[in-house]
Design a binder for this molecule. Structure first.
Ligand code: IPE
Ligand code: IPE
Ligand code: MG
Length: 264
């Protein structure tokens, strides 16, 4: 079955997505450079990955660098690229030992070649791991992902391998960066801002949003568990209501078909 069609109502979110925000403010508040904040944020991430494995989360998708983050000062961008490369190198064996599959979501063409090769090494080594999939969003933008998908769809339509009339939600989803990535169940953003900032626009269609004030470097297992507890209290209805007669109404002649967000 297409994993996208599975609507999670389990108390443990299958797919957790995190906007790891607040590294800079965390550092500035302590009189440190923003770079030190990113280093602390990287440590928080490696701990949270282990906590997510322990909780039983199957997909953890983290926002590490957005398409908009290129507009930051060059020194910060360079530092982040180097840090990400170092992280992939230093954390790889432990992640692999924990059966974590690593993959990248985003555009690769603008990333430094040495980072791309570190990504490829990590993806290759961990490809068969199945305990948790850690998707690292680097040079990722939700709009860019949709535009990239639309471009490839248009290309396939132009050469005749896709009939535009057959385009539906599952077909469109096959053109996303990671076609097997399920919908986000729990979206967490740290550091107090309550916005999505162009993260996983398609996959968050029915995500439960949890905003926490803690800056990312201070986010730990307690915060993750709290967010999961909040998630477990949410009533996920996906646009429907409990109604035993619903299937009959759906098939009533002349009525609009029931097409929920992730229906075919
Ligand atoms: C998130 O922290 C890390 C990245 C965007 C790379 P920020 O760097 O955005 O930290 P603040 O929001 O300025 O505090
Ligand atoms: C979102 O955080 C991107 C990442 C966490 C990588 P930003 O700090 O870049 O987003 P805005 O500027 O607050 O929207
Ligand atoms: Mg920020």
């Amino acid at each position: 079955m297409d994993p996208r069609r599975v609507r999670s109502t389990s108390p443990v979110p299958g797919h957790v997505a995190i906007v790891m925000d607040g590294n800079g403010r965390w550092a500035t508040r302590q009189g440190l450079t923003r770079a030190r904040g990113h280093v602390a944020g990287e440590k928080a991430l490696s701990q949270v990955v282990e906590d997510a494995v322990e909780i039983g989360v199957r997909h953890l998708t983290v926002f590490a660098f957005s398409t908009e983050n290129w507009c930051r000062p060059a020194a910060e961008v360079d530092f982040l690229m180097t840090l990400m490369q170092r992280t992939l190198r230093n954390r790889l064996q432990r992640l692999h030992a924990n059966a974590v599959r690593i993959r990248h979501l985003g555009r690769r063409t603008g990333l430094p070649p040495t980072l791309v090769s570190a990504i490829e090494t990590a993806e290759r080594l961990t490809a068969d791991n199945d305990r948790l999939t850690l998707s690292l969003c680097l040079d990722y933008g939700g709009r860019a992902e949709l535009v990239d998908a639309a471009r490839r769809i248009a290309e396939d339509a132009a050469i005749g391998t896709l009939d535009p009339a057959s385009l539906d939600i599952p077909t469109f989803a096959r053109y996303l960066y990671a076609p097997d990535l399920p919908d986000v169940d729990l979206f967490i953003r740290t550091a107090g801002e309550q916005r999505i900032s162009n993260f996983l626009l398609w996959q968050c269609a029915y995500a439960e949003l949890v905003f926490v004030d803690t800056p990312w470097p201070d986010f730990d297992r307690r915060h993750l568990r709290q967010a999961v507890e909040i998630y477990a209290t949410r009533n996920r209805t996906f646009g429907t209501v409990e109604d035993p007669g619903r299937s009959a109404a759906r098939s009533a002649p002349g009525r609009q078909p029931c097409t929920s967000t992730n229906a075919p």
